[in-house]
Design a protein around this ligand. Sequence first.
Ligand SMILES: *Cc1c(COP(=O)(O)O)cnc(C)c1O
Length: 353
Amino acid sequence: MKKHNFSAGPCILPKEVLIKAADAVMNFNNDNLSLIEISHRSKPFVEVMEKAQILVKELLDVPEGYSVLFLQGGASLEFLMVPYNLMRDGGKAAYTNTGTWAKKAIAEAKKFGDTIVVGNSADKNYNYIPKGYKIPEDADYFHCTSNNTIYGTQMKEFPYCPTLMVCDMSSDIFSRKIEISHFDLIYAGAQKNMGPAGTTLVIVKDEILGKTGRNIPTMLDYTTHIKKESMFNTPPVFAVYVSMLTLQWLKALGGVEQIEKMNQEKSDLLYNEIDRNPLFTGTAKKEDRSNMNVCFLLTDENKKDAFDKLWNETGIRGIKGHRSVGGYRASIYNSMPIESIQVLIDVMQKLEE
Ligand SMILES: *Cc1c(COP(=O)(O)O)cnc(C)c1O
């Protein structure tokens, strides 16, 4: 049976990317060697790393003065690498608390210094994006989460920031146009919109580094990885290769501008049905709704078994909501085809009948 996989992460990748990735595991570059068995210092793999970096720069219009890194440890390691590299001894950082991931980032920063929360949506179970807060000028940096994967909220605008601006874009990078020059450091675990789990994209403005006076362990120091072009140690070759393929796919599709239009169309379609269909209700405040993770509830819990049976029968998978929100979450990242969303909508309408 054909499956429609709405998983939040790891999530689906384009079919053609999976086919090419499978091929490369058996026979990379038609050389009868496996991608995952050759040296990461060999010319073919060095080219992969370079291509992946160039694609990131092209697709996101990364200006001069920024480095593009493919690291390991997931976005979760960035939660501590950011304060390690940017918070001065006795320094201060400002964070927004917009959900589970933001909270984890805050918890790590607290281990390094004074960490203040300037915007917080915990009062309403993170169903909105806080706005109108002031970021103190004396903070070493400000940190926000652009898309809250679990709660289905997304920052549509970014605040004026009088200090360094850091953003966790794990679940919406490459989904819409962003002005990189507005940010000093962006990080994103690959497994939502870029590739398989195992690598983390970091885009960092070079001039912000090396200013904390802190002695940073080599592997956790961004400058180590900048100097060695993400090859200080063995990089996650498979994850970087598949990310490169996904970025090539995105470029061929028309780039970020085109995918942004498609993502808008897909999420409008689904939110319109949630708003129209009396059996469903969205959990996030309308103006802050995520185009990547669509969270919704049944208005009548007694219909749960019937609904679960219906979507299960049509091959839909991965739409159970996160335990902290309940209900359902349809993750509709870049490579989710509109046809799969239509299948979900058909099921919602069938339940109504
Ligand atoms: C998934 C996710 C993370 C955690 O990523 P890992 O790569 O698993 O560490 C962090 N932030 C956001 C916004 C996420 O969606």
